[in-house]
Design a protein around this ligand. Structure first.
Ligand code: NAG
Ligand code: NAG
Ligand code: NAG
Ligand code: NAG
Ligand code: NAG
Length: 380
């Protein structure tokens, strides 16, 4: 996500972006090497051994980007992977863990709503307790998109490939292997659109990209049900992109960017149609609405009333000196001096950095979705 261009690039989103784009040449070999290494490793059996008996919650498989990542990006240095450096993780667990927040992220709250532990991040699977590996895995990685985003992170198709490679069980037999019956969560927060907007330096390019992204996402969702054998698939919609600090900074945090928000709404409407066509009875898919709970707190339009829980609904807790497009949370100068300011209490802020919510924000959003997830998963 990258803030680039003045005209608010439509979707801005989570993850590392700009910087990564600038540093592609340098990152590519590293990331590719890391990936190769990963993929050669024996699979950990994440889930295969966990034929759950009745009563045990189903395994949870997570696909997506930085809103859901719990460590998959890996540590490639402060500049490229901020989430592995302070002040990320200050609130929880008190040190950086690759989560793009001061604490817990969406995946943690979804797992909690389901009554299961946070699934192990794919990249960290070797150190995980075998018991935990049977309960699912998180493949989401910061910077990822439905399609490639130029960040050299696994797109969602590739994340699903990874799941399938780990589960060469006859997942085609519906109701077959132990893994059939799992719950998938798909979190798409807009990196595809940031990429499109940056590439052409235009918001209209991002908007024009919506049908392509949603069509590909539809295929990924279909695969999760028809090929990966997921019993339930929870898909998030886009938050009001134009209310992220990336956009609102230019307005001194007084309002949101209406064009970016309209783009998000357009994506959401298209996604809803796709789900209605794939699953008219709402049996397999749940559209998890992030847009409304975000908007309730950050104010989708300047005039919109804000609920008031967050004293600072739009100003990020971790604010860079760099101004629009420059600097990042956690940046230091050559002497190790901070090039950002940190708020006193992240719980008063909805946003942690330019695009990612605080733990307190995710907790507030989770209050809105927890009952929906529970009801959906308990329905037959
Ligand atoms: C991007 O577009 C804006 C206005 O549309 C223009 O002012 C700016 O110079 C452009 N930036 C680049 C890098 O082309
Ligand atoms: C997703 O990533 C895979 C593996 O890198 C690549 O082959 C494929 O073309 C990508 N798909 C899209 C839609 O970008
Ligand atoms: C599963 O289905 C896919 C496509 O429908 C097919 O290509 C693949 O060979 C099947 N795998 C098995 C193990 O039957
Ligand atoms: C931005 O808002 C702050 C208070 O919220 C105010 O002190 C400051 O003067 C404003 N800056 C501009 C450029 O309007
Ligand atoms: C499925 O869910 C959508 C909202 O996401 C709702 O509009 C529709 O009526 C539901 N369909 C059924 C059959 O319950």
């Amino acid at each position: 996500m990258a803030p680039r261009g003045l005209a608010p690039a439509l979707p801005a989103v989570p993850a590392l972006l700009l910087l990564l784009v600038f540093c592609l040449a340098m990152l590519a070999p590293v990331a590719q090497a890391a990936r190769r290494h990963d993929d050669e490793a024996p699979t950990s059996g994440g889930g295969g051994g966990g034929c759950s008996s009745s009563g045990t919650p189903p395994p949870l498989w997570v696909f997506g980007d930085s809103y859901a990542d719990t460590g998959n990006l890996g540590d490639l240095g402060r500049e490229l992977t901020h989430a592995w450096y302070d002040p990320y993780g200050d609130t929880f667990p008190g040190r950086p863990t690759g989560r793009f927040s001061d604490g817990r992220v969406l995946t943690d709250f979804i797992a909690s709503a389901m009554g299961v532990p946070t699934p192990v991040a794919y990249k960290l699977r070797r150190g995980a307790a075998p018991g935990l590996l049977a309960r699912g895995m998180n493949f989401a990685v910061g910077g990822a998109g439905v399609l490639d985003t130029g960040n050299f992170q696994r797109n969602i198709s590739a994340q699903i490939d990874l799941f399938q490679a780990q589960h060469r069980t006859p997942s085609n037999r519906s109701g077959g292997g132990c893994d059939a019956g799992g719950v998938a969560v798909v979190v798409v927060s807009g990196n595809d659109y940031s990429y499109a907007a940056d590439k052409d330096n235009s918001t209209s390019a991002a908007i024009a990209y919506i049908p392509t992204v949603v069509r590909q996402l539809r295929e990924q969702l279909r695969r999760l049900r028809d090929e990966a054998g997921m019993r339930r698939v929870v898909v998030t919609n886009l938050h009001p992109l134009g209310c992220t600090p990336l956009f609102t900074r230019a307005l001194n945090y007084t309002g949101c960017d209406p064009i970016a928000n309209a783009g998000a709404a357009q994506h959401n409407a298209a996604l809803q149609s796709v789900l209605a066509a794939l699953d008219p009875a709402n049996r397999t898919f749940l559209l998890l609405d992030l847009n409304a709970p975000f908007a309730a707190h950050v104010g989708a339009s300047p005039a919109a009333a804000v609920e008031g829980r967050f004293a600072e609904p739009r100003r990020p807790c971790c604010e860079t000196f760099g101004g629009a497009g420059g600097g990042y949370c956690g940046q230091q100068d050559d002497d190790g001096k901070r090039m950002y300011t940190l708020c006193d209490d992240p719980a008063k802020h909805f946003y942690w950095d330019d695009v990612h919510p605080t733990q307190a924000a995710w907790a507030a959003v989770a209050e809105a979705f927890r009952p929906k997830i529970r009801e959906f998963l308990s329905s037959t």
